[in-house]
Ligand binder design. Structure first.
Ligand SMILES: *Cc1c(COP(=O)(O)O)cnc(C)c1O
Length: 390
């Protein structure tokens, strides 16, 4: 093992349960886009379903088809995809019983083409732009979109199963945009209702809204970051404050440890020079593995029982740590981040060190780092034994 990301599926299941305890009658959609935020699409989706999530959410139609191809059926999970462009695999998506987000009349036309080509009715979620300014229909386009969808529904071509929107500032609890978006969403629902739509699920909340704004839960919450055990609102509280536990531990074996004299330059550009005779440890992961180059001189690493800092620049495949004379040897463990309870840094610590959010830290961990799944539980172990996807 050069390096690995250990994925604690028991923690993921516990996080889903902690979220369910907050959502009452609202269902939980486990958001597994972007390879489950870097944690692995199919094993995480299965663990979330085991723990009581009933929906899976992804960005692209290809991600949705990947879930169906892995054997996750429509009876096991509703799957919604929401980010798409003309020319996508719509016929396959419709035939695979994947729900599709529709943000405008052009999108509705593409869905209806796929329905006519396959003879299979579609399930759509109409998306309102309540203020985020990304996809979703603007208020002035909403009544016409609703009317067109209702007409197609009356013809038996599709079912409008959802009406939804997405927050811009849910991670800032007191931000005035939250109340504005919530009332715009209620307005969009009223327009849809007045025109005869009766969606199964109305949904607005992402992780921060799930944790902090119960009035936004409606019928379904879409939880991404929180299910991976990271806090979407680090200014408000850490994972433990919400009953969450980080799922990913990123670790590597030291590739070399050696003594060097004082005044020795370290890594490209010699931005770090040893202050005295010391021990350098080589950690064999770099920016090609998703370690931010911005972590040069700032990223935290736990080696030989102590928190230390990246010395000099992060290179493509490796970086160096100055152990300050402490002993270690090749093969010893370097923990870049984990749950934090052994004293190791967390993904949030990395986010802070490099000026980003923990979402980006875990999501960018590259394909060269194998994922090792632990805590699969009975159902997961059975799936793995069947030669599944583990
Ligand atoms: C990514 C995403 C989510 C999940 O967001 P988190 O903050 O990770 O919970 C929910 N809804 C939409 C539309 C998204 O794109």
């Amino acid at each position: 093992m050069r390096a690995e990301a250990v994925i604690d599926l028991a923690a993921l299941r516990g996080n889903i349960r902690a979220l369910r305890a907050r959502t009452g009658s609202a269902a939980v959609m486990s958001v597994v886009k972007a390879d489950a935020y870097g944690h692995g699409l199919v094993p995480c989706a299965r663990a979330a379903l085991d723990a009581g999530a009933t929906w899976l959410g992804v960005a692209t139609p290809e991600e949705a088809l990947g879930l169906r191809a892995a054997g996750i059926t429509a009876e096991q999970a509703r799957v919604l995809c929401w980010l798409w462009t003309p020319g996508g695999p719509w016929e396959r998506v419709v035939a695979a019983n994947v729900d599709i987000s529709v943000s405008g009349k052009w999108a509705l036309r593409h869905v209806l083409d796929a329905v006519r080509a396959t003879g299979h009715p579609a399930r759509i979620h109409l998306k309102a732009d309540t203020g985020l300014g990304r996809n979703g229909a603007q208020p002035h386009d909403w009544p016409a979109l609703v009317a067109a969808a209702r007409a197609a529904e009356a013809e038996g071509l599709l079912a409008v199963v959802g009406i939804w929107s997405h927050f811009a500032c849910a991670d800032e609890p007191g931000h005035p945009a939250n109340a504005t978006q919530l009332s715009a969403f209620r307005e969009a629902l009223a327009v849809a209702e007045a025109r005869g739509l009766r969606p199964e699920v109305r949904h607005l909340a992402n992780s921060p809204a799930t944790l902090l704004m119960p009035e936004t839960h409606f019928d379904l919450v879409r939880a991404g970051l929180a299910q991976y055990g990271l806090s979407p609102v680090p200014e408000v509280g850490g994972p433990e404050d919400f009953g969450l536990r980080p799922v990913m531990t990123l670790q590597a074996q030291l590739a070399q440890v050696k003594q060097v004299p004082a005044g020795h330059g370290v890594s490209y550009g010699h931005s770090y020079t040893t202050a005295g005779e010391t021990t350098l440890a080589l950690v064999p992961v770099g920016y090609a593995d998703g370690i931010p180059r911005h972590a040069s001189g700032t990223g935290p690493v736990w080696i030989a029982g102590k928190w230390r800092t990246v010395a000099g620049r992060v290179a493509m495949d490796q970086f160096v740590v100055d152990l300050g004379g402490d002993r270690a040897e090749a093969g010893d463990l370097a923990v870049l981040f984990g749950p934090g309870d052994r004293g190791e840094p967390t993904a949030e610590d990395w986010a802070r060190a490099v000026g980003t959010i923990s979402y980006e830290i875990v999501t960018r961990i590259g394909v060269r780092i194998p994922r090792r799944y632990v805590g699969a539980g009975a159902a997961g172990a059975a799936a793995a034994a069947e030669g599944g996807d583990g």
